[in-house]
Design a protein around this ligand. Sequence first.
Ligand SMILES: NC(=O)c1ccc[n+]([C@@H]2O[C@H](COP(=O)([O-])OP(=O)(O)OC[C@H]3O[C@@H](n4cnc5c(N)ncnc54)[C@H](OP(=O)(O)O)[C@@H]3O)[C@@H](O)[C@H]2O)c1
Length: 500
Amino acid sequence: MVIFGASGDLTQRKLAPALYNLEKEGLLPQCTTIAGYGRTAMTDEAFREHLRESISSFSRTQPIDKTVWASLAKRAFYQKGEYDQRAGFTRLHQRVQAVDKRLTTKGNRVFYMAVPPTVVTPILSNLSAVGSLARRQPGEEERPYHRVVFEKPFGHDLESARELNNDIDRLLAETQIFRMDHYLGKETVQNISVLRFANSVFEHVWHAQSVDYIRVTVAETIGVEDRGGYFDSTGILRDILQNHVLQLLTLVTMEPPSSLAADAIRDEKVKVLRCLRRPEGDAIGRSVVRGQYGRGAVNQKDVRPYREEKGVDPQSSTETFVGLRTYIDNWRWAGTPIYLCAGKRLARSLTEVAIQFKDVPAILFGAMKGVELRPNRLKLRIQPDEGVSLRFASKVPGLGMELKMVEMDFPYGSAFPAASPEAYERLLLDVMAGNSALFTRRDEVELEWEFVTPILEAWAKEKPPDFPNYAAGTWGPVPSQEFFSPETDYTEAAKGTKGR
Ligand SMILES: NC(=O)c1ccc[n+]([C@@H]2O[C@H](COP(=O)([O-])OP(=O)(O)OC[C@H]3O[C@@H](n4cnc5c(N)ncnc54)[C@H](OP(=O)(O)O)[C@@H]3O)[C@@H](O)[C@H]2O)c1
């Protein structure tokens, strides 16, 4: 596995710990060698020390196991080189070939692009020119395999994503491409399909006739931390909604796939994205809310406004909050509002999918005075506090007929005491196994951009007049909190907004 940009943050926080834990679990083939590549000057020994420190700081299992580490360390080396010059790639190729001979890797290679997107195309061209990377021809057996992992952001709008795809397409077949959306490697995200398709009770109510609305929320209490410069040129719509939020939505709303094969699943996700109504023209103003945090308090600590964060333009109009309402115009979901929301410096950190069911008719208990029935609601808690809960009405013990809404809860942590693997562990293993079910296909990524690009274009034309428009530590701009806050108990029926 060759990691480009191996001196960077991703390698440190995610890739090195994931590789170490796979080795610890005995899941990493013994011939797997880690080659770092980058412009930073490092000896092999310094690179190993960099990996060891990264694992000590960020691995989910501690302390570092000396035997496991020794075994991994002797299979790691570093090659210094530029991304746009051939010389470093030639040397890398020679060293990788030497490993092939020594460790029977059979020429199988994974190239990991842990670099900014601007250098991806030169890297691929150089790999290809020196003979390290070969495009798989249709019908050709994938032996040895050459696979490439791409990190997000995959483009910054529809046009740039298409351009990047075209560039890559010249050098790689789609089966060699693994576009990472690390959310898909999370246990709780994989459990969405298990919950839906390994149980019989949900499918019967999983449609517009029973569901009042669906809301997907990715909320963070953190601000931009030390990524101010990157975030200010990106915004939350591109950074979170275009990928993670839409991926969660597709898994929750897709039709049952014909099998668990990667393309069977991705075909169904693509169908959802094709039917997702794009807010366009005036509808953008009515159904999309953007926000930027001002001064406020998070966890009782005062925090500075976005425009005073390091690396952020003091006049910035970049959004740190987006909430929108849309619809999936297909047979299953026609008329059911879909609320999508992502934000920074919100009141709580949580990622969840809420499926709110319809009210019972106002007869029997629903018609009783003094009884406040709320609709059933299924919550899929992706992180933290991973689990699933269902709200339903129950009789309060006693001689009268008092009703109360209660929660039936399945907490992952106590139900399964074994620690979950990190998303990157699962995903790296899948790349080596050639299973792309948890990676985004070309048409998926372009459809995701098709959905958000009209919003980005409309926003670019009109600067927000009211930024900052929410206090850090709240649930976003006040008028939209009713729809997007997981803490309000909003019902569509009361609003009569169906199908608009
Ligand atoms: N960090 C995360 O948690 C995370 C999460 C999701 C996605 N990603 C994506 O993964 C990729 C890598 O992320 P990262 O956080 O590791 O990035 P990073 O630390 O900023 O950069 C990784 C390495 O790339 C090289 N590099 C940086 N800027 C460059 C430039 N302008 N031109 C050429 N090379 C440059 C540097 O290595 P040398 O100077 O040694 O060449 C650097 O150590 C990015 O595309 C990022 O968006 C990261």
